[in-house]
Ligand binder design. Structure first.
Ligand code: HAM
Length: 424
């Protein structure tokens, strides 16, 4: 019978041949979080639509075109989360996470949803890792957040990525800059794409990161935000750069980074892999001072980043990096005869409760078929249990790689394996 159903467009299944790679990348991310002392937070995958409309912004592509919206049975408006920052800030305010004072350092992992045209590295359900550092406007924190991203990518072994940073200023400096941009772009209005024609009123900075070639050409000589920064934002940016230099983190200033979400101000940054093609942003992040207040909390600054697993794994594959080993059993238990089966059930339990990864095949009776299965599973050792072994309270153990085989007493089996497998 042909299959009736397919995963929805822009989504995919993570199958065993891939899932162990994901677990590896996740574990490196969690390890990095531990070293930087970030704590895990898990928020729902849907929120009141307003959580995103207010923060990510009405004029952003995400809110305008990409949100999966639904109305529940009581007529309430919800959206599948398109990103993680707004939910984390909602939770921060709702749960008074700032009670202990100081910075709140959070990390998260999970699926996000955006209705966009699927392409290489862009999906409708994709998986993000991210961090948020809420509580301080100190440029030291900006540098730490960037350093976290750098440490994570470096730990994975990636080399071909670049860090680009910018300051998009605060609302104070933005006003003059927006005016300057409108003045610059207006004479070319008819050459801009439809989206940019709309953006010019709502959010002129977005014209700087339009991907349409004709818009890019016009944006090339647009005035730079950096010339419009007020004293405070300029000093802040200088200090971030200086900390990055002290940490030996290479970066390039790119005044065209504006980020597509409305909550950003001051520092904005991206880690890019230019071998990835159009979807080249591995990580995107920035400051969002004022967002906590928008959610009804005390005025509290914050900064963070997020990245997509899919692109990261593509980059790793391009660079030929290791994802750890496909998991394989330590031992494969071959059981010959009915009485062996009943002893085998207890033995499997004992092996597993002693941290020994154990596999078997109870549907094949012959020695040959079970040995073949052991090979297929790539087990390190095969244990052979037949009538003779049961009678002698012993077991045959064969190391698959060397072919070396010996008989040992049942009472010594666990110790023997734990020593060989370096468990304990
Ligand atoms: P973003 O730039 O919208 O920022 O997304 C961050 C990263 O998520 C991107 O750089 C990319 O790696 C990945 N990504 C985004 N959309 C897709 C997609 N459709 N398919 C696959 N990967 C995708 C944010 O989401 C902010 N919340 C980041 C942040 C955290 N800023 C401050 N704190």
């Amino acid at each position: 019978m042909a299959n009736k159903y397919k995963a929805p467009r822009g989504t995919y299944d993570i199958l065993p041949a891939e899932s162990y790679k994901w677990q590896y990348v996740e574990s490196i991310f969690c390890e990095t979080a531990k070293i930087f002392n970030y704590q895990k937070i898990v928020t729902p995958i849907f929120e009141q639509t307003e959580v995103f409309e207010r923060s990510v912004g009405d004029s952003s592509d995400i809110v305008q075109k990409e949100m999966y919206r639904f109305v529940d049975r009581k007529g309430r408006n919800f959206a599948l989360r398109p990103e993680g920052t707004a939910p984390v800030v909602r939770s921060y305010v709702e749960n008074n996470l700032n009670l202990s004072g100081g910075n709140t350092k959070l990390y998260y992992l999970g699926p996000m949803f955006r209705y966009d045209r699927p392409q290489k590295g862009r999906y409708r359900q994709f998986y993000q890792y991210g961090i948020e550092n809420i509580g301080s406007d100190n440029p030291f924190i900006d540098a730490e957040v960037i350093a976290f991203g750098y440490a994570f990518l470096t730990k994975l072994g990636l080399k071909n990525f670049e860090l680009e940073i910018n300051s998009i200023g605060c609302s104070n400096c933005s006003r003059d800059y927006d005016d300057a941009l409108v003045k610059y772009f207006l004479p070319n209005l008819d050459k801009l794409c439809t989206d940019c024609k709309e953006r010019i009123d709502k959010n002129p900075k977005r014209l700087l990161d339009c991907k349409v070639p004709s818009c890019r050409e016009i944006a090339k000589n647009a005035p730079s935000m950096l010339e419009y920064l007020d004293e405070e934002c300029r000093t802040h940016f200088e200090e971030v750069k200086s900390y990055l230099k002290q940490m030996n983190i290479p970066f390039k200033v790119n005044p065209k980074i504006v980020r597509g979400l409305d909550y950003y101000n001051k520092t904005a940054f991206e880690f890019l892999d230019n071998n990835l093609g159009a979807q080249n942003a591995l990580i995107g992040g920035g400051r969002y001072n004022g967002l906590v207040e928008q959610f009804g909390g005390k005025d509290t600054p914050g900064i963070g980043f997020a990245g997509g697993f899919e692109r990261l794994m593509l980059s790793m594959e391009n660079e030929g990096l290791s994802f750890g080993e496909f998991p394989r059993p330590d031992v494969f238990l071959v059981m010959i005869g009915e009485s062996a089966k009943s002893t085998a059930a207890a033995l499997l339990n004992e092996l597993r409760s002693n941290q020994i990864k154990a596999e078997y095949n109870s549907d094949k009776d012959s020695l040959k078929a079970q040995m073949k299965a052991a090979d297929k599973e790539n087990a390190r050792y095969t244990l052979l249990l037949g009538e003779d072994e049961i009678a002698a309270n012993s077991i045959v153990i064969k190391e698959m790689k060397s072919g070396e085989q010996q008989i040992i007493g049942r009472e010594n089996l666990i110790d023997f394996l734990q020593n060989r497998l370096k468990i304990k």
